[in-house]
Design a protein around this ligand. Structure first.
Ligand code: NAD
Length: 483
């Protein structure tokens, strides 16, 4: 039996401590490209969640005392095992999530990069000594692990959203309970299996799978032993979880939705802008939180940009992600297809011009044709709602300040992009954008080396870089007196 086959069967267990737990009831996981059911996974509930928290809590007392160098070695071994199984993991990801195999391979490498990076950072989690205010006292600051972390993750990046949380948590000396998305639990389970294979002690990593998340979520947000909830997903669910966490005053990290603007000024290198637009809009079929949601293009370059973008979009290859050459896979479910269609219909009914696409694609029920809409205006739904699909709405502006005002006219503030060449314009725009991340002449910005996260209703906290490790630590001030 190959590594991948053990996750493609009728009774896949969750993970509680050292126990691969079957629950008697399961839920279906399907392949969005075909609708075929590929596995049935343990449908766990509140009791399983409590057991997982208990296992994490018990494992935590030894794990936080494990020397940093040893934590580094175990995490590094986990990284190596993931890379050794990269092809199988990528295939599993494409089967349950739909993204083209080449993107799944990219996500495995990207997801693993967080483990490699934080394995190193484990050795650099230093405290401080401070100047004192009295001759007989010394002041120390210890940096300590937060404790048990609940990691609740979405389906659009089935591996990376987990490693971006678990790797820094484990590096810092925390233990974790993962609640993966119901559409994509298999990659999460496979990753946890490899963590145990790498030698991470039982209980440091637990996976609670569930068809309906509320019962598990209630435990993870209210159990006093959980000290941090790190969530990636939609803004409404994030707000709900934050409110639930208030009762036990947990730390929270919230990586939420976006409404990314992509501004093209008329001094931009148009071919570079179109390439950046394609990468930032259509990867993962438009289902990433940092995907461009609105293209804002200046008058002088507008018609040429729309024509060149449409030419490149029409060349995209829609199909099953397992097939060679596919660049756009299916959307995750029917609701996602319906949302894209609603956004297209609303815009067209109010005067937007359909340049290409605009309807479901013949490749199958969950495929939507890559779409470009021109003459889009701020009163259309696409201006305010995250489409999360392969739709590029192109707005027009005349003055720089109008573009900045349109870009910032949203409760969200995750990623923004712009293309320009004048250096004053670049500086002014970069500073004026109310976003956690800005791509300047660049459409792909995510890396484990930089802090990822948003402002406003896009969230709290940062993942990646040394900031990502600090999020899983508490500072303890110690005053030593009588010296
Ligand atoms: P979602 O909010 O529906 O679900 C995310 C996770 O929360 C899933 O595991 C789900 O089961 C769980 N969940 C839902 N209700 C819950 C509850 N009551 N208690 C506990 N858990 C609960 O989001 P989604 O549809 O899976 O993902 C898409 C959204 O995620 C988009 O808005 C996207 O922008 C956002 N996202 C943000 C980032 C980021 O880094 N900011 C990254 C990826 C996705």
């Amino acid at each position: 039996m190959g590594f991948i086959d053990q996750w493609l069967k009728a009774d896949v267990p969750g993970l509680v401590g050292s126990e691969w737990r079957h629950t008697g009831t399961t839920f279906d996981v399907d392949n969005p490209a075909t609708g075929e059911i590929i596995a049935q996974v343990a449908d766990m509930g509140a009791d399983d969640a409590r057991d997982a928290v208990a296992a994490a809590y018990e494992a935590g007392s030894a794990w936080r005392k494990t020397p940093a160098k040893q934590r580094h070695a175990l995490l590094h071994r986990w990284f190596t095992l993931i890379m050794e199984h990269a092809d199988d993991l990528a295939r599993l990801m494409t089967l349950e999530q739909g993204k083209p195999l080449v993107e799944s391979r990219g996500e495995v490498a990207y997801g693993a990069s967080f483990i490699e990076f934080f394995a190193e950072e484990a050795k650099r989690m230093a405290g401080e000594t401070l100047p004192t205010h009295a001759a007989d006292k010394r002041l120390l600051v210890l940096r300590e692990p937060v404790g048990v972390v609940a990691a609740i993750t979405p389906w659009n990046f089935p591996l990376a959203m987990i490693t971006r949380k678990c790797a820094p948590a484990l590096a810092a000396g925390c233990t974790v309970v993962i609640k993966p998305a119901e559409a994509t639990p298999l990659t999460a389970l496979a990753a946890a299996y490899l963590a145990l294979e790498a030698g991470l002690p039982a209980g440091t990593i637990n996976v609670v799978t569930a068809k309906t998340p509320a019962a598990v979520g209630d435990v993870l947000t209210s159990d006093a032993r959980v000290r941090k909830v790190s969530f990636t997903g939609s803004t409404p669910v994030g707000k709900h979880l934050m409110a639930q966490c208030a009762s036990t005053v947990k730390k929270t990290a919230m990586e939420l939705g976006g409404n990314a603007p992509f501004i093209v000024f008329d001094d931009a290198d148009i071919d570079a802008a179109v390439s950046g637009a394609l990468a930032s809009k259509y990867r993962n079929a438009g289902q990433t939180c940092v995907c461009t949601n609105r293209f804002l293009v200046q008058d002088g370059i507008y018609d040429r940009f729309v024509a060149k973008l449409a030419e490149r979009v029409e060349a995209l290859q829609v199909g099953n992600g397992l097939e060679d050459g596919t660049t756009i896979g299916p959307l995750i479910n029917q609701a996602a297809i319906d949302k894209v269609q609603r956004h297209v219909d609303d815009a067209v009914s109010q005067g937007a011009r359909l340049i290409c696409g605009g309807k479901p694609h013949a490749a199958g029920e969950r495929f939507f044709a890559p779409t470009v809409l021109a003459d889009v205006t701020p009163d259309m739904r696409v201006a305010t709602e995250e489409t999360f699909g392969p739709l590029a709405p192109v707005f027009r502006f005349t003055k720089d300040e109008d573009a900045i005002a349109m870009a910032n006219d949203t409760p969200f503030g995750l990623a923004a992009y712009f293309y320009a060449s004048d250096y004053r314009r670049i500086w002014h725009t970069m500073e004026a954008l109310e976003y956690g991340m800005v791509g300047v002449n660049e459409g792909i910005i995510s890396t484990e080396l930089a802090p990822f996260g948003g402002v406003k209703e896009s969230g709290l906290g940062r993942e990646g870089s040394h900031h990502g490790l600090e999020e899983f630590t508490e500072l303890k001030y110690v005053c030593v007196g009588g010296l």
